[in-house]
Write a protein that binds this ligand. Structure first.
Ligand code: URA
Length: 483
């Protein structure tokens, strides 16, 4: 038996070094025992490393997608992760296509661990709540959060980008992260008692949450799935939830019975300005993407606002090189108020990741900002927006384009393409290359992820996905190369 002692819980480099040595010494997976000895850094636990085989080791290139998978899997808390990865690595030598066999029990297990890790990252992004702390060094923000997996290093750069101007710490039992306004630093875990007590920001947040909670749209199962109870301890709004749920029925009836409210005068003015086109008529010219997002809530340029929960503006950095344009928010996006966060968004994320394009560096938006649907029982079925709705909403897309000034606009599917290029675009014929945008700028068109989701045949779906990934890779290169 070979005993390998990794330095810490996510010691991918140690695992890689040991796995290489074991492989070239011909040590099969069942003869390797993996442990983690906090901080000891003694890979072979005081023993001599296994000797390489006599003669040349069999040539073997580790596929890149395995390395990427392994880097995520090591962040899982599962104790079998190290031996699972070594077993996969061992088998890849003789079965180079192994990772494509998703029904293989070991591949399936690794993919499941990766899914759990990715989910834990999303949960951390959604459920960290900072508390304001005033100290000698000025104002800082502190949160305590126990992620489901060992993801602090991977998940916290998101907060550094989103809260770049604040100084903050996220404390947790495994690791803690600290952002000083310039650098993201990591330290050991701390107990929950190290987090500061509730403050006035939390009271403000609770008031806000109680106001935005819409009893008529309450979906208990979705709430439980999206906001599992284990995170409630973190969330200031959690204490409100039982009462809000209990009172939802009565509030819905009251809302239905109440007469329509009249918006305050100032809000009316902004709404009217937002609905006029030309600046010389007093039309609304946004000076930031945040302003666009706020003004979209008052948009009455077509009728779609009537049935949607809210307008969904674009999201992403103001200086993004690439702007990705979809069709319209779907059911999930309509409820969450963010573009591409439902099933099509997950497919888009997967394709972008495979193409090596960082979604957080792109500005992601839609041609139409309100969800168009047809109620069918309890479900809301997507309906394609018509030409008038696309034309009316182009006003917002143009404002976003003017502010972001992307090097490349990537239209996903026909609706987005007709808005971006001002004409009907034949996706199969024109996809995958640079196209001029009317009125200046460079564009690009590829499939919409929902098109891939709808393909009935698995083989066709896999082939189209690879084309989609290749297109996004080309788009990423164009966006970086174009000045
Ligand atoms: N489909 C889109 O086109 N956009 C979204 O935001 C979600 C699904």
């Amino acid at each position: 038996m070979e005993l390998i002692r990794l330095a810490h819980q996510t010691d991918f480099d140690g695992w890689r070094t040991a796995a290489r040595t074991l492989r070239s010494a011909g040590v099969p997976p069942e003869r390797a025992v993996w442990t983690v000895g906090e901080g000891q850094g003694d890979l072979w636990a005081g023993n001599a490393p296994p000797r390489p085989l006599d003669g040349p080791a069999p040539p073997f290139n580790v596929p890149r997608d395995f390395i990427e998978l392994a880097q995520e899997v090591v962040c899982h808390r599962a104790e079998d992760r190290w031996s699972l990865l070594y077993s996969l690595l061992w088998r890849l030598m003789g079965e180079p296509q192994l990772l494509k066999i998703v029904t293989d029990p070991e591949v399936a297990r690794a993919l499941e661990l990766r899914r759990n890790v990715v989910k834990a990252v999303h949960k951390m992004h959604a459920f960290v709540r900072f508390r304001r702390v005033a100290g000698a060094a000025g104002e800082t923000y502190v949160a305590w959060f126990r992620p489901e997996h060992l993801i602090v290093e991977g998940a916290t750069p998101f907060f550094a980008r989103r809260f770049a101007a604040m100084r903050w710490s996220i404390l947790g039992p495994d690791r803690s992260a600290y952002w000083d306004g310039r650098r993201l630093l990591f330290g050991p875990g701390v107990p929950r008692s190290a987090a500061p007590p509730p403050d006035d920001l939390e009271a403000l947040w609770r008031t806000y949450y109680a106001h935005i909670f819409n009893p008529a749209r309450m979906k208990l199962a979705a709430m439980r799935a999206e906001m599992p109870k284990q995170y409630w301890g973190n969330l200031p709004e959690a204490s409100l939830i039982p009462d809000l749920i209990a009172g939802a029925g009565a509030r819905t009836e009251a809302m239905v019975a109440a007469p329509a409210t009249v918006p305050p005068k100032r809000a009316l003015k902004v709404m009217q300005a937002a609905n006029r086109d030309a600046p010389h008529e007093g039309g609304f010219i946004a000076s930031s993407t945040e302003e666009v997002a706020a003004a979209i809530q008052g948009c009455r340029r077509c009728e779609l606002w009537r049935n949607a929960t809210q307008g969904v503006a674009g999201a992403g950095p103001r200086d993004a090189r690439m702007m990705i344009v979809g069709e319209q928010p779907g059911d999930v996006e309509d409820l969450k108020g963010e573009p591409f966060v439902g099933p099509a968004g997950q497919l888009l994320d997967r394709a972008l990741a495979e193409a090596g394009v960082d979604r957080t560096q792109a500005y992601v938006t839609n041609a139409v900002k309100h969800f168009k649907f047809e109620p069918r029982g309890k479900r809301r079925l997507h309906k394609t927006p018509d030409t008038g709705e696309i034309r009316a909403c182009r006003w917002w897309l143009e404002q976003e384009t003017r502010l972001v000034k992307p090097n490349l606009i990537v239209a996903l599917g026909g609706t987005a393409a007709s808005s971006v290029f001002g004409r009907t675009v034949a996706i199969t014929r024109e996809r995958g290359r640079e196209l001029p945008v009317s009125g200046g700028g460079r564009g690009f068109v590829t499939f919409h992820p929902s098109y891939l989701l709808r393909l009935p045949d698995e083989a066709a779906k896999a082939a189209a996905f690879q084309t989609f990934v290749a297109d996004l890779r080309t788009a990423g290169e164009l966006a970086s190369a174009l000045a």
